[in-house]
Design a binder for this molecule. Structure first.
Ligand SMILES: Nc1ncnc2c1ncn2[C@@H]1O[C@H](COP(=O)(O)OP(=O)(O)O)[C@@H](O)[C@H]1O
Ligand SMILES: [Mg+2]
Length: 266
């Protein structure tokens, strides 16, 4: 049937608007059962074993799941911010799991084996680091600090070092080096890019995965996983609005989307 439509298009050239569905053929993908439903997203299998669909939901948690809520529009803004940043990083030579958007809140990604390490990159002190170490909120951290946490809800994502990651078999030495190098590169690309949007990036969390023997950036980069501060006012435009009841969470996420997602529908 599809082949028939394609050959008809070739015989009778159609206006660009009619050709649009053909350009979209790659988005025909059969969504199968949910593989995993996490705190903010659901990962679905597809008919293609190399691809997953990642749906950004409106649910929110903070403080290891102790605080929970729903915010209409949150999934949409996070999905849009994530896709923009993944595409931008790809242009800068960073390999990511991003393939394409299936809908406003669903992202088709390469299926990867997630490395169970959450990489936290810190440029400016905020949050937990100011409680456990002698840093004050707003202190500039130079050089940026890279922290590895063991990704485990059961153990409360404890901080680990390279020896612990090796002893737990989370990654090889070469993978840890690659992850550190990529994280620093992603950090400098994002800090510069966001400065152009009048945003500071105090800290953020990354997840990486294994795909065909390579380490690729996975998961999301969004207002749930980054601290974004307005450069002029210092206002939080991220999940801290929810953590510390600082106001309208969706308005904050919308503001970040407005600044970085070209042509976003608000
Ligand atoms: N490309 C991918 N392939 C497989 N799993 C992924 C991929 N990208 C992200 N994930 C995983 O999917 C889950 C996304 O859902 P999320 O709500 O963030 O879960 P969590 O509660 O574990 O943080 C995460 O566990 C993340 O590690
Ligand atoms: Mg997550």
């Amino acid at each position: 049937m599809i082949l028939l439509i394609i050959s008809l298009y070739q015989i009778f050239p159609a206006p660009a608007s009619l050709l649009y569905p053909l350009n979209d053929l790659k988005t025909i993908m059969i969504k199968q059962e949910a593989l995993y439903s996490g705190k903010a997203k659901t990962v679905f299998k597809t008919d293609n074993t190399d691809k997953f669909i990642m749906e950004f939901r409106n649910s929110l948690t903070a403080f290891d799941g102790k605080k929970k809520s729903e915010a209409r529009g949150k999934g949409y803004y996070n999905a849009q911010i994530s896709q923009t940043l993944f595409k931008f990083l790809e242009e800068k030579g960073i390999k990511t799991h991003f393939d394409h958007m299936l809908s406003d809140t669903e992202m088709v990604v390469d299926a990867v084996e997630i490395v169970l390490i959450e990489v936290i990159v810190r440029n400016i002190a905020a949050g937990s680091i100011t409680k456990k170490y002698p840093f004050k909120t707003g202190d500039k951290l130079n050089p940026p600090i890279i922290i590895f946490d063991y990704k485990s809800d059961e153990f409360g994502d404890p901080m680990i070092n390279d020896d612990m990651a090796l002893a737990m078999g989370l990654a090889t030495k070469a993978e840890l080096e690659e992850i550190r190098k990529l994280s620093l590169k992603i950090n400098s690309i994002l800090v510069e890019y966001l400065a152009g949007k009048n945003l500071l990036l105090p800290d953020f969390k990354l997840e990486f995965g294994r795909r065909k023997g390579n380490i690729v950036l996975a998961d999301e980069i969004s207002c749930d996983t980054c601290r974004f501060w307005d450069r002029t006012t210092g206002e939080s435009l991220d999940k801290d609005v929810f953590r510390f009841d600082k106001g309208d969470l969706v308005a904050a996420y919308r503001e970040v989307a407005k600044r970085i997602v070209p042509g976003i529908k608000l």
